[in-house]
Write a protein that binds this ligand. Structure first.
Ligand code: PLP
Length: 413
């Protein structure tokens, strides 16, 4: 077992790695396989952020002089780019947030809180990240509503059939991730949204692990809300987005109150300004938005279908190699389709030990519960090892992991 094992060669030379200075120039020996946690940045994103501060920086939506107007125009152009990137009907439907996490909390507190009543239900799934679990747990407990959970089947896919009452009246919202950050599986978002639409139930989709790795079109999905983060799609940290159908955003209250969101304020009252500005209190993250849009443009230039095909081929080869090792348990099983993310456990080796040994061998993987404790509890696990692929990975990265696995077996197994 092990040292002779190498993956089949779907991708021996990656033409995109040269775009990423940290991986190509600063740490050329690093095999970075932790892309579900965060992704590295291409030079075009870094340049866009530098240019934002050195050329277009100024106050947004506030100043009347040319630099302030240029900053506002750049910020709004970034919004247009990202709205187009996810197929929104209008840039008004895209709200900048600090992260996917903040976007989800905004919907929980701004949309769900005012309309949830005792006895109502919110459905989530067993595979949600804490960011898409805790806000719903809290709002349900605050309002006396029921948090219901769609459970998993043996193959790691969700058991929609047994989710009794999912599309019935007490359900006020259905919440699901597009791609699981642990199991790597993709959920049938379109089909769920179609049924939910028929029943008049809004759907929130957590797109954090899908956007940037495959084409995403929110109008085709027909979801009501969609959330994602810049840093998981080769953009900067500190910026994310909430897409909402305009009629849903009209129903939503802002989470934060402050500068930039109002029409009129007197001693007792205020009236809200227009959408989307009413949801972006405070001075916006101009450089973040510009960097976020630069990441979208970088991916659009390559083509999301190409990104998806390339990463899928490498992922298939990695899965095939890992499934040849009798001491490795894949989660879920080998035959379940996944795309960028592969979780596994090696007999007799704690995932943390494996991640540490791999780290010392220059291979970055993740170990732990991946912010999915409800899922881990159901699986009866404390954690898994996880490799997650990005645009710049190639066969050498996966081979390096296979070698690190051997090393861990020699040291511990
Ligand atoms: C599926 C999923 N949803 C939400 C998040 C939260 O993203 P962020 O930390 O960028 O807010 C993550 C982060 O790992 C995730 O994997």
């Amino acid at each position: 077992m092990g040292s002779a094992l190498k993956i089949k060669r779907p991708l021996t030379h990656n033409i995109y790695k040269k775009d990423f200075p940290l991986l190509h120039d600063t740490h050329p020996q690093l095999h970075y396989l932790d892309n579900a946690a965060t992704t590295h940045k291409p030079q075009s994103v870094i340049d866009a952020i530098v240019d934002a501060y050195s050329q277009t920086y100024g106050p947004i939506h506030r100043g009347l002089y040319p630099l302030a107007e240029a900053a506002t125009a750049a910020y709004e152009e970034a919004r247009e780019t990202l709205a187009h990137f996810i197929g929104a009907a209008s840039s008004k439907e895209l709200i900048f947030t600090r992260s996917a996490t903040e976007a989800i909390n905004l919907v929980a507190q701004g949309w769900a809180r005012p309309r949830l009543r005792e006895g109502d239900c919110i459905w989530v799934t067993r595979m949600e990240h804490h960011s898409n679990f805790l806000p719903w747990q809290r709002i349900c407990s605050q309002k006396g509503a029921d948090l219901k959970i769609v459970e998993l089947k043996e193959d790691g896919m969700l058991d929609w059939e047994s989710a009794e009452g999912l599309f019935d009246r007490p359900t006020r919202l259905i919440v699901l991730t597009q791609v699981s950050n642990v199991l790597g599986v993709e959920n049938p978002v379109r089909a769920i949204c179609a049924k939910a639409q028929q029943a008049g139930i809004p759907v929130l989709v957590d797109g954090a692990q899908a956007v940037g790795h495959q084409p995403v079109n929110v109008r085709e999905l027909d979801c009501d809300f969609f959330t994602f983060s810049g840093h998981k799609m080769y953009g900067p940290t500190g910026i994310g987005a909430l897409y909402g159908k305009i009629e849903r955003l009209e129903e939503m209250e802002p989470l934060l109150l402050g500068g930039g969101i109002v029409d009129q304020v007197d001693d007792r009252h205020f009236t809200l300004g227009s959408i989307p500005e009413r949801f972006e209190a405070g001075s916006p993250n101009l450089a973040g938005a510009i960097g976020f849009a630069a990441a979208a443009n970088y991916l659009l230039e390559i083509g999301l279908a190409q990104v998806h095909t390339q990463v899928s081929q490498l992922s298939r080869a990695a899965l095939d190699a890992l499934s040849q090792c009798p001491d490795i348990r894949l989660l879920p099983g080998r035959n379940t389709q996944r795309h960028t993310i592969i979780s596994f456990i090696v007999d007799g080796i704690h995932p943390h030990d494996l991640a540490q040994i791999a780290g010392e061998a220059g291979v970055a993987i993740r170990a732990g519960h991946h912010c999915c404790q409800p899922l881990m509890n159901t699986l009866g696990l404390n954690g898994t090892a996880r490799l997650s692929l990005g645009l710049y990975n190639d066969a050498a990265d996966v081979d390096a992991l296979l070698l690190a696995l051997d090393q861990a077996r020699r040291l511990i197994g």
